[in-house]
Design a binder for this molecule. Structure first.
Ligand SMILES: NC(=O)c1ccc[n+]([C@@H]2O[C@H](COP(=O)([O-])OP(=O)(O)OC[C@H]3O[C@@H](n4cnc5c(N)ncnc54)[C@H](OP(=O)(O)O)[C@@H]3O)[C@@H](O)[C@H]2O)c1
Length: 333
């Protein structure tokens, strides 16, 4: 692949949304590197996806210490591509990473202690060949570490300049409220919360979104396509190159079950009536809520990315469409 030079039109079409009450704006679509960027994946394809994303105004790339497989390899590959292709563009990028799930053996390679978070971020920076990340997340709450220690470590990391902003992920409403309060007291406001949220996973609607709005914290839903279920790809079986078919994919075959597929087929019908693909409609449906700063998608192909990009300009739904969608999502089959 020849040398990459970003498109001059990269800021012409993307919508940028303010992240809570902060000064930071994020693209309506952000790209995550959980799957498809490890050593098991095609490096040329990784490069192609990153180039296309940046060309289309996607400035935010989301990683974590353990993304791969093997764990760490997504950060390494990303770091390699950054150096090769994005040299000189660091100030146009928002790069996030996280620690909170198991990364190495022993008592210091998991959860939310100061020891783990500091060591892990140092390792992530080395793998990505970066001096700092833009956002560092506590990847999940740790029931055995005082929240003050985990949040105090995020505050320290920001003060050390190893991250510009602090975020939390997978914190339930009450835990998030406490974490946000501690960070506020320490003087490092919580920038953003990264929860799982899609048409098929709606727990955030039961309180979390209200807290984030009240506290001026942004929200970036992960797996907004339910790992690919909310697309038309599984309507006629499990394609060979899909996440559900891959041995290292986190989407299990039994999640592609007749009850879910029946709902997906009905949602697909509504999407077609709207003149959208189901993937586009699933993202538009999230982005219709102004509390959503950005949706954090994954893609295995440039064509999927291109498809998803047609979502943020179509966020108006009629009441009739919304109630039909609601009926499908709430139906028991
Ligand atoms: N904080 C956390 O705990 C946490 C957890 C999970 C994820 N995340 C973050 O969220 C990011 C996104 O998660 P995700 O990959 O599960 O997101 P997703 O967008 O729900 O699913 C991505 C998958 O959907 C399929 N897809 C995407 N666009 C498509 C299209 N237009 N048409 C057909 N299929 C399409 C692809 O599947 P195929 O691969 O089958 O082609 C792709 O790999 C991750 O990379 C990570 O950064 C965070």
């Amino acid at each position: 692949m020849s040398a990459y030079s970003p498109s001059d039109n990269r800021y012409k079409t993307m919508e940028y949304r303010r992240c809570g009450n902060s000064g930071l704006q994020l693209p309506a679509i952000s790209l995550g590197l959980w799957h498809n960027f490890g050593d098991v994946d095609d490096y040329k394809n990784c490069r192609k996806i990153l180039h296309h994303a940046f060309d289309k105004g996607i400035t935010h790339f989301d990683l974590a210490n353990n993304y791969g497989p093997p764990p760490g390899s997504a950060e390494e590959n990303f770091g390699h591509i950054l150096k090769k292709d994005f040299d000189g563009y660091r100030d146009e990028l928002i790069i996030s990473t996280k620690a909170g799930y198991k990364m190495w053996d022993g008592p210091y390679g998991d959860w939310g202690s100061k020891k783990y978070l500091i060591s892990s971020l140092d390792q992530s920076l080395k793998r990505m060949k970066l001096d700092y990340v833009d956002i560092f997340y506590s990847h999940r709450p740790d029931p055995n570490t005082p929240l003050e220690e985990t949040m105090g470590t995020l505050d320290l990391i920001v003060r050390q300049g190893k991250a510009l902003y602090a975020g939390i992920s997978n914190y339930r409403a009450a835990e998030a409220e406490k974490a946000i309060e501690i960070l506020k007291r320490l003087g490092t406001p919580c920038l953003i919360h990264q929860p799982k949220y899609s048409m098929l996973e709606r727990w955030v609607e039961g309180g979390l979104l209200d807290i984030l709005e009240r506290e001026g914290v942004g929200c970036i839903p992960f797996s907004p396509l339910a790992q690919g279920l909310l697309t038309n790809k599984y309507l006629v079986g499990i394609p060979e190159d899909s996440r559900a078919a891959k041995p290292h994919g986190f989407l299990q075959e039994n999640q592609v079950n007749p009850g879910t597929i029946d709902k997906i087929a009905k949602l697909n019908q509504i999407a077609q009536e709207r003149g959208q693909t189901l993937a586009q409609m699933a993202l538009s449906w999230l982005l219709k809520d102004k509390r959503i700063t950005s949706v954090l998608i994954g893609v295995s192909k440039v064509e999927q990315l291109e498809d998803c990009l047609q979502s943020y300009s179509r966020v108006i739904f009629s009441n009739d469409e919304l109630s039909k969608i609601e009926n499908i999502l709430n139906s028991k089959n």
